[in-house]
Design a protein around this ligand. Structure first.
Ligand SMILES: [Zn+2]
Length: 320
């Protein structure tokens, strides 16, 4: 493990152990604003990301699937930002990473044994697309029963299959009640029309049922917003997903939904469920990324080879 830190042009070697990989990643540290960029082995980066993104006590095959997804996403960003000062940020904007977690992994190998094992067992493995390019392996907490196409969440992105998760459709729905005045304040960022909200109506949904367009009627007119924009304005933790219904109750609006997160790619709760059912990480990855294939990253330049490791059987034919 070798970590160097760059700050205002100065290079500091923070800690240095045996090098694990010839591929290094440059991560801009948070909180922002920050000029700190950590440069470290990709495999060490993946360990810290897996430790932050998924509970270490979860089944090993779920942790392995998470490791491949995290490494693939990092590889896609490294390719996009080749030659830039940094390739990834350390926040949820990309993947959660901290030097503190990395140090903890190095110092307490027993506590993090399953994370270390999952990353080592999938060392260098990433998902690639039909052209052999690193795959944008997005992931989220809970699909609520159905995953989502990236283009339906963020617009023009890669084509990716979606799937159903039997384990995720059984959980109780969440509910959040928002006062109409508070809601109006949140929406005032985009339009004064939202002052005095009278009605909110869902007018468009994706195939999986996620809200893509809402009509909001205020005292001074009508605006339309997307489900993801409404989540951003209200707060991603309040409105946990775009898989919701909304109705008015007196001076409040009640949102009821399932799932947590954008719904694209690997579902962490689903990965946990499938791993507990005895599925392998390859099967889990094929379930969530049906158009991707598992490949090995080529060292040095961060590009990938397209050598296929395994073609896992589909868990479910129920895909759109
Ligand atoms: Zn799921």
């Amino acid at each position: 493990m070798r970590v160097s830190l760059r700050w205002l042009g100065l290079f500091l070697v923070l800690f240095s152990f045996e090098s694990q990989s010839s591929i290094e990643v440059k991560v801009r540290l948070t909180p922002q604003p920050s000029d700190l960029i950590a440069q470290l082995d990709l495999e060490d980066y993946v360990k810290a990301v897996v430790a932050a993104e998924m509970p270490a006590l979860w089944p090993l095959e779920a942790l392995k699937a998470q490791a491949v997804a995290a490494r693939s996403y990092a590889a896609a960003q490294m390719k996009r930002h080749q030659g830039d000062d940094y390739e990834l940020t350390a926040s949820t904007k990309d993947q959660v990473f901290s030097l503190k977690t990395l140090k903890s992994i190095q110092m307490d190998k027993k506590k993090w044994a399953s994370v270390i094992k999952a990353v080592n067992a999938t060392r260098g493995m990433i998902l690639t697309d039909a052209e052999g390019e690193p795959y944008w392996a997005y992931y989220h907490a809970d699909c609520g029963g159905h995953t989502e196409q990236p283009k339906d969440v963020w617009g023009n992105q890669q084509e990716s299959g979606t799937t159903d998760d039997e384990g995720c459709s059984l959980r109780a729905p969440w509910s959040v009640t928002l006062d109409q005045n508070a809601l109006g304040k949140d929406l005032a960022v985009i339009s004064p029309v939202s002052h005095g909200i009278k009605a909110i109506k869902v007018i468009e949904k994706t195939g999986s049922g996620r809200v893509t367009k809402l009509e909001i009627r205020g005292l001074e007119g009508v605006i339309t917003v997307s489900g993801e924009d409404l989540r951003r304005l209200i707060g991603f933790e309040k409105l946990k997903s775009a898989l919701f219904t909304v109705h008015r109750r007196q001076d409040t609006f009640v949102f009821q939904g399932t799932g947590h997160g954008h719904g694209v790619g690997l579902c962490q709760m689903g990965a946990r469920y499938w791993a507990a059912q005895g599925k392998t990480f390859q099967e889990i990855l094929t379930h969530y990324y049906p158009t991707a294939q598992l490949s090995h990253m080529k060292p040095l330049d961060g590009t990938t080879s397209v050598r296929r490791l395994a073609k896992a059987a589909r868990l479910s034919e129920e895909k759109r």
